[in-house]
Design a protein around this ligand. Structure first.
Ligand SMILES: [Fe+2]
Length: 382
């Protein structure tokens, strides 16, 4: 995260005595990245974060790729996946490589356990539903269109109010806001499509000072290990720093438009190592009198392109539905579907809402995706 936040009570000096009302010391935890050289936060726990009663597992998390077929464009109707339930266990991983995993989840129940991705930053793009992300940093109420950016190591739970459908982007590297949107001190620049005011860090929650047995499912090394903590994990009386979960709503992305078609980097929202996340939001079309609003045919020589369709009419596509996920791999060109170029001429605006993930290394299709694949997509440009 690019800016400093403080919540709750913290001592004036770091690494000094800071006491609970009963006279005992709070337990300080430095929660940092890149071996004390990256951004960090410091949390003050009621109980030692190291106090574990039992370790259980591991339960492997397998990503089984399909047997590679011919190179082709792919289309998956993710809304037709049958799995739903627990906000983490019901995740369906659909595409992935060593940099990023993409999946969807339909969460119909609140968690009574806790989750921590021990290795990856996560983005949960809330497509439908509402609820609350509770974590050791406080809570964030979320709604459709929210990107929830959750740093690796954050212990959290999802409380579901209305059933939630989300797109999962699980990143082996830290999620950042593009450098070109920020000045040398990290502050957002005037030309950035969003700024600090649009980001929602956690709201402070009083520490939960409960002892007992609290299972935290930790995903790391290709498996889930359960750490049964001896205390509630949300026992933090205060914290400060640059690492914390936050929400950014896609409706707060201010589209950049031009007289003639502008390429996807104007839609970029986040960056990870070897991939980017872009937001396609309702916007005015290009305003040159002869402009062609839909994109030209293009070859992604260096990247695979994944689009997740959220809402509206998708101007350059036929046959996709809400919840569709398309994969346009490097090596073959793609472009607008027949008829969509002419249909776009003279249109003044689009209401489409979509999330794009471009990866700079090839993605593999994972087996659960095959059950909801459109077999004819490759030929849909004829
Ligand atoms: Fe494209």
């Amino acid at each position: 995260m690019p800016f400093y936040v403080v919540r709750g009570e913290i001592p004036h000096k770091r690494h000094t005595q800071f006491r609970r009302p009963d006279g005992q010391l709070y337990k300080e935890e430095v929660f940092g990245t890149k071996g004390f050289s990256g951004i960090q936060s410091i949390l003050y726990h009621t109980y030692p974060p190291t106090a574990v009663r039992r370790v259980e597992g591991p339960v492997p998390v397998a990503y089984v790729p399909e047997e590679a077929g011919p190179l082709r464009h792919r289309h998956f109707w993710t809304k037709r996946l049958a799995t739903e339930g627990h906000p983490i266990a019901a995740r369906q991983y659909l595409l992935g490589n060593d940099d990023v995993l993409l999946g969807t989840c339909v969460a119909t129940q609140s968690m009574d356990d806790f989750y921590k991705n021990g290795e990856c930053d996560e983005i949960l793009f809330i497509h439908e539903g509402t609820g609350t992300l509770e974590s050791m940093f406080g809570y964030i109420e979320f709604r459709p269109g929210d990107y929830l950016v959750i740093p690796a190591g954050t212990i959290y739970k999802l409380v579901i109010d209305k059933p939630v459908r989300y797109l999962l982007i699980e990143s082996a590297s830290h999620i950042e806001v593009p450098r070109r949107y920020r000045n040398e001190f990290g502050q957002f620049l005037e030309h950035a499509p969003f700024c600090e005011r649009d980001l929602r860090p956690p709201v402070y929650a009083a520490p939960v000072a409960n002892e007992g047995e609290f299972p935290v499912r930790v995903k790391a090394r290709g498996a889930i290990t359960t750490l049964v903590l001896a205390h509630h994990p949300f026992d933090v009386v205060g914290w400060d720093g640059y690492v914390y979960p936050y929400a950014f709503n896609i409706e707060d992305f201010e589209p950049i438009t031009g007289r003639i078609h502008l390429p996807p980097p104007v839609h970029q929202t986040f960056a990870g190592q070897n991939f980017v996340v872009c937001s396609f939001v309702p916007r005015l079309f290009d305003y040159h009198p002869e402009a062609i609003p839909v994109p030209y045919n293009h070859s992604n020589v260096d990247s695979d392109e994944v689009l997740y369709y959220v809402r509206g009419n998708f101007m350059s596509r036929r046959g996709v539905e809400v919840g569709s996920m398309t994969l346009h791999p490097s090596g073959i060109p793609h472009g607008p579907h027949p008829g969509t170029v002419e249909a776009s001429l003279g249109k003044e605006r689009t209401e489409e809402l979509a999330v794009m993930v471009d990866t700079f290394r090839p993605l593999k299709v994972l087996k659960p995706a095959l059950a909801v694949e459109d077999p004819n997509y490759m030929y849909s440009w004829l």
